[in-house]
Design a protein around this ligand. Structure first.
Ligand code: PGA
Length: 254
């Protein structure tokens, strides 16, 4: 938590979820009541095949919707890609960019990620920009160097707390059940905050920094109460409404 920063919990469904998972999404929409929405922004990012139906199902509820990736251009000859404008056209408000799985599976560089973040801004989507070191980088004591480079190169000039959210996801914690200790999370989030403040001034001080990597109902309260942790990016535990809402509920109780 950071005083005066409104937290956000986003669920990243990744390449999971056919239409039969829409009942979970409807339960999430039901679960985000006024009291919860007054304490935390709750966002679900289903696969793009479900995006429009997801915004339709969550219309007039507290649940917000985002996509998992976008192309940097608005339209054109890019088979299989979707643009930020198309995501906006589906009535979504957020888009994750630079997730480590995309950086690895699709060879996305910091330069690509920055272009995608700018595409989000162009379409009036809030960009959730992911950063994080690999296990080898962590073991070699290079986490801060990697994060510093990713912030310098993946987060474009002009980013503000209104159009950009940073998600710190140590790659070795994603889908592994391993998490850094609360003390380590505190230290690394403080480092990220300093880097953001140096680059973006007051905007960097107010930007939300999410923690991601094996967040579950059992560890959410501990992780989310750490200084400079302004929410979570949740993978596996966001597929079931009960688990996802239990994580969001931490803010109801804080
Ligand atoms: P996980 O994934 O919660 O399943 O570890 C997090 C993410 O990759 O966003």
């Amino acid at each position: 938590m950071t005083p005066d920063i409104f937290p956000l919990v986003a669920g990243n469904w990744k390449m999971n979820g056919e239409r039969d998972k829409l009942d979970q999404l409807a339960l999430m929409a039901q679960g985000v009541d006024e009291e919860l929405a007054d304490n935390v922004d709750v966002v679900v990012c289903p696969p793009s095949t479900l995006l429009y139906v997801a915004t339709t199902l969550s219309e007039d509820t507290g649940l917000q919707v985002g996509a998992q990736d976008c192309h940097n251009e608005a339209s054109g000859a890019h088979t299989g890609d979707i643009s930020a404008e198309m995501i906006k056209d589906c009535l979504a408000d957020y888009c994750i960019v630079g997730h480590s799985e995309r950086r690895v599976d699709h060879g996305e560089s910091d330069f690509h990620v920055a272009g995608k973040a700018q595409a989000c801004w162009r379409a009036e989507l809030t960009a959730i920009i992911c950063i994080g070191e690999t296990e080898a980088e962590y073991d070699a004591g290079k986490a801060e160097d990697v994060l510093s480079r990713q912030i310098a190169m993946s987060v474009p000039e002009g980013a503000t707390e209104d159009d950009t959210i940073i998600a710190y996801e140590p790659v070795w914690a994603i889908g592994t059940g391993k998490t850094p200790s609360p003390d380590d999370v505190k230290a690394i989030h403080a480092f990220i905050r300093e880097e953001l403040a140096q680059k973006f001034g007051g905007h960097g001080e107010r930007m939300r920094i999410l923690y991601g990597g094996s967040v579950k109902p059992a560890n959410a309260a501990e992780l989310l109460s750490v200084e400079n942790v302004d929410g979570a990016l949740v993978g596996g535990a966001s597929l079931k409404a009960e688990d996802f809402l239990a994580i969001c509920d931490v803010y109801r109780k804080l």
